[in-house]
Design a protein around this ligand. Structure first.
Ligand code: MEV
Length: 445
């Protein structure tokens, strides 16, 4: 295939046509892309503008998990996720904890971080001495950028000079902290940082004590590692209240197995990664539904999980004198204004469904979804096993794929309560049903 030039300048129709021609059946492919376009051209245009070189939309389920009692308030939590069982797991957990006091949260802080990385080959002691003067200039020159944020009670919190020259000759940074209130703040922070870099260069070249040749700006960028934008979320109950949380299992046995399940993740990074993946099943689904950046949230969470030098679980169990407490400690930087939050029509609806929360409330909701999913996953893993629930969803997906007639679904679900689920087995059962009209033990499959 030859290199494609000027693709981004084409109209959507031209892009669809160019790409469809690469298939054997261009007309069908083009129609297929178009069939996912939104019926309202204004919304379609909006969706296309979220990215570049857009051909079509990629639908994902928009689901809800009801009965999330968080800090005494009942939420219906919107979740956007493609993996079956995640919303069911969140909902089951939410319903259980609704009756046991709900989720509690504490916002540790909401501080965001940005850095100007630079090489310094001039007098470091003099730079340190003069830094308060530079800092004033940096703050003054960003006043136009920070004006609105300051009106909302946020802005630049501090700027520090960090010396990393023991790791790389001359490497230093302006380490900057921000309060971005209800926004995630990426644009705000990056704009401030780029202004800091210009002001720094100008200030440096006007200071006669320096050589004027010892400053090289490497880059200006926010850090997605925000350990001080963090929420703690927990559920707790007396152990005996956990009796029969899984049929026939005592609360004490369950709590002990559950604690052990989390302990394995504390010891073994292989398990910890899967354990945390289960947390992000819930967190990401809320982050996506609320129009936030799930890549940033994941990167931050995984880095935080490694802060001790070993990758560890983000949740923790305390089991003391008959009391069970399960806590998620989650660094998360998300917002409810700016970016996609004000633009995506379904994001607006999702936030409305949550009662238009502020950023800290949304942090709590995302954390509760993460804790709920993790609770469900570990509960299943240490008792019945995960496949029981998964296989049921798998069966539903297979039935959809095979276009099983509605009247056969009930008997098929019944049959697979005691048989192993696979595409070929479901096909055989369906064929048997089509042949006999009913399914009983005498039907050979
Ligand atoms: C699957 O998406 C998530 C789990 O693997 C999480 C876990 O193992 O804790 C079930």
């Amino acid at each position: 295939m030859e290199m494609i030039n000027g693709f981004s300048k084409l109209t959507t129709e031209e892009k669809i046509s160019t790409i469809s021609k690469l298939f054997d059946n261009p007309k069908d492919v083009a129609d297929y892309f178009r069939s996912f376009h939104h019926q309202n051209p204004r919304i379609q245009e909006l969706l296309e503008e979220f990215s570049e070189n857009t051909l079509s939309n990629f639908p994902m389920p928009f689901s809800v998990a009801p009965n999330f009692l968080i800090n005494g308030k009942n939420y219906i939590v919107p979740m956007v996720i493609e993996e079956s069982s995640v919303v069911a797991a969140a909902s089951n957990s939410a319903k259980y904890w609704y009756r046991h006091g709900g989720f509690k949260t504490e916002i540790v802080d909401t501080e965001k971080i940005g850095q100007v990385h630079f090489l310094w080959k001039d007098n470091t002691d003099l730079l340190r001495y003069k830094f308060p003067e530079l800092k004033n200039a940096l703050i003054e020159d960003t006043e136009a950028i920070t004006e609105n944020m300051r009106k909302r009670g946020g802005g630049i919190l501090d700027i520090e000079l960090k010396d990393l020259s023991d790791k790389e000759p001359g490497l230093m940074q302006l380490y900057c902290t921000f309060d971005t209130k209800d926004s995630m703040g990426a644009n705000f922070i990056n704009s401030c940082l780029e202004q800091f870099a210009s002001t720094f260069k100008e200030w440096y070249h006007h200071e006669p004590e320096f050589t004027g040749e010892g400053l090289e700006i490497i880059m200006c960028i926010l850090s997605n590692l925000t350990p001080d934008s963090r929420v703690k979320c927990w559920v707790e109950t007396e152990v005996d209240k956990l009796d029969n949380i899984v049929n026939g299992v005592s609360g004490a046995d369950f709590a002990r197995s559950f604690e052990l399940g989390v302990r394995v993740a504390e010891i073994d990074p292989h398990r910890a990664v899967t354990h945390n993946k289960g947390i992000f099943n819930g967190v990401d689904a809320v982050v996506l539904a609320s129009g936030n950046d799930f890549r940033a949230v994941e990167a931050c969470g995984h880095a935080y999980a490694s802060r001790s030098g070993q990758y560890r679980p983000l949740t923790h169990v305390e089991l003391n004198e008959g009391h069970f407490k399960f806590t998620l400690d989650l660094p998360i930087s998300i917002g409810v204004v700016g970016g996609l939050t004000n633009l995506h029509p379904l994001v607006k609806l999702a936030l409305k469904m949550l009662g238009n929360p502020d950023a800290t409330e949304l942090m709590s909701i995302a954390a509760a979804a993460g804790l709920a999913n993790n609770f469900s996953a570990v509960k299943s893993l240490v008792t019945t096993g995960i496949q029981k629930g998964h296989m049921k969803m798998h069966l539903f997906n297979i039935m959809k794929q095979l276009e099983v007639p509605r009247e056969f679904k009930g008997p098929i679900v019944e049959y697979f309560k005691t048989h192993k689920v696979s595409v070929s087995e479901v096909r055989k059962v369906m064929e048997a049903l089509q042949f006999t009209g009913k399914l009983n033990n005498s039907v050979k499959i």
